[in-house]
Design a protein around this ligand. Structure first.
Ligand code: NAP
Length: 259
């Protein structure tokens, strides 16, 4: 299937590893030039070079904290014209409702709600002017099915989801498509860190923690960054023009719901 996006230019945030990297690789496989971002230079440059070598697309790598105003300014200045935006950042730490105070919420809202909103505000005008654009926000299954220990994430991502629900309908007449992609458990560093939390809390090994968490997923396994990236590439494709403001859940069937 030709996604019809070869030669377009995508900014993929937080993309040296994990789900962001999966999205970057899938877009590169479609011939999309990339602007990659992460905070740590080494893995970022390594991913950028691997993508250049494998797919032959142009790749700019910008080391910056995308959740800070300075970081975003640096990334946007280096990116220039962008046809496709994939927003992403690290997720907030787990905890208990009584642990979190105002500063914790401000940090989570900054990273997982206000950062994607600022990036959309910066890049949507040019997409509207050219009559074509795609935005995919990486959020979480916690938007549909709350994860109690991730209250900061539940709250911030639900806020972004509300914003996207309205904004996607305001920009749709200009050929700009905004949707959210909701990961359930995927085999990335983030999953390893959550697995080790489970192992520690329950006094079990990492293998047992993975087995326990996999047993609760109808697909009986974690998702892969490759599967996630392929879905992202489709949501950025010429075929996604009629998909407006949707929340696409990739969770191996974990959320038990008829619709
Ligand atoms: P990951 O494997 O830990 O990768 C995170 C990537 O983001 C790395 O490249 C990291 O590089 C970069 N990054 C983190 N914070 C950044 C920042 N402030 N500015 C720029 N780059 C940043 O995580 P993942 O599993 O791909 O998760 C991606 C998102 O999906 C997270 O928000 C996570 O909460 C959410 N999610 C993941 C799962 C899952 O099972 N994996 C499930 C639900 C939701 P640097 O550290 O070098 O910056």
């Amino acid at each position: 299937m030709d996604m019809g996006i070869a030669g377009k230019r995508a900014l993929v945030c937080a993309s040296s590893k994990g789900l962001g990297k999966g999205c970057a690789e899938a877009l590169a496989a479609e011939g999309v030039d990339l602007v990659l971002n992460a905070r740590t230079v080494g893995p970022l440059e390594e991913t950028a070079q691997k993508i250049r070598d494998t797919y032959g697309v142009k790749v700019i790598a910008v080391a910056a904290d995308i959740t800070s105003e300075e970081g975003r300014a640096k990334v946007l200045a280096a990116a220039g014209h962008v046809d496709i935006l994939v927003t992403n950042a690290g997720g907030p730490p787990p905890g208990v409702w009584s642990d979190w105070d105002r500063e914790d919420f401000v940090k989570a809202l900054d990273a997982n709600m206000l950062t994607p909103i600022a990036l959309m505000k910066a890049l949507l005008p040019a997409m509207i002017d050219q009559g074509w654009g795609r935005v995919v926000n990486i959020t979480s299954q916690s938007v549909k099915s709350p994860i109690a220990a991730l209250g900061l994430s539940n709250a911030a991502r639900a806020g972004l989801t509300g914003y996207v629900a309205g904004t996607s309908r305001q920009v749709a007449p200009s050929g700009v498509v905004i949707n959210n992609l909701l990961p359930g458990i995927h085999a990335t560093d983030r999953a390893v860190s959550l697995d080790s939390g489970v192992a520690k809390a329950q006094g079990i090994s990492m293998e047992q923690a993975i087995e326990t968490r996999s047993a609760g997923i109808p697909a009986r396994r974690y998702g892969t960054a490759g599967e996630f990236g392929a879905t992202c590439a489709f949501m950025c494709s010429q075929y996604a023009g009629y998909m407006i403001g949707q929340n696409i859940l990739l969770d191996g069937g974990s959320m038990n719901a008829t619709m």
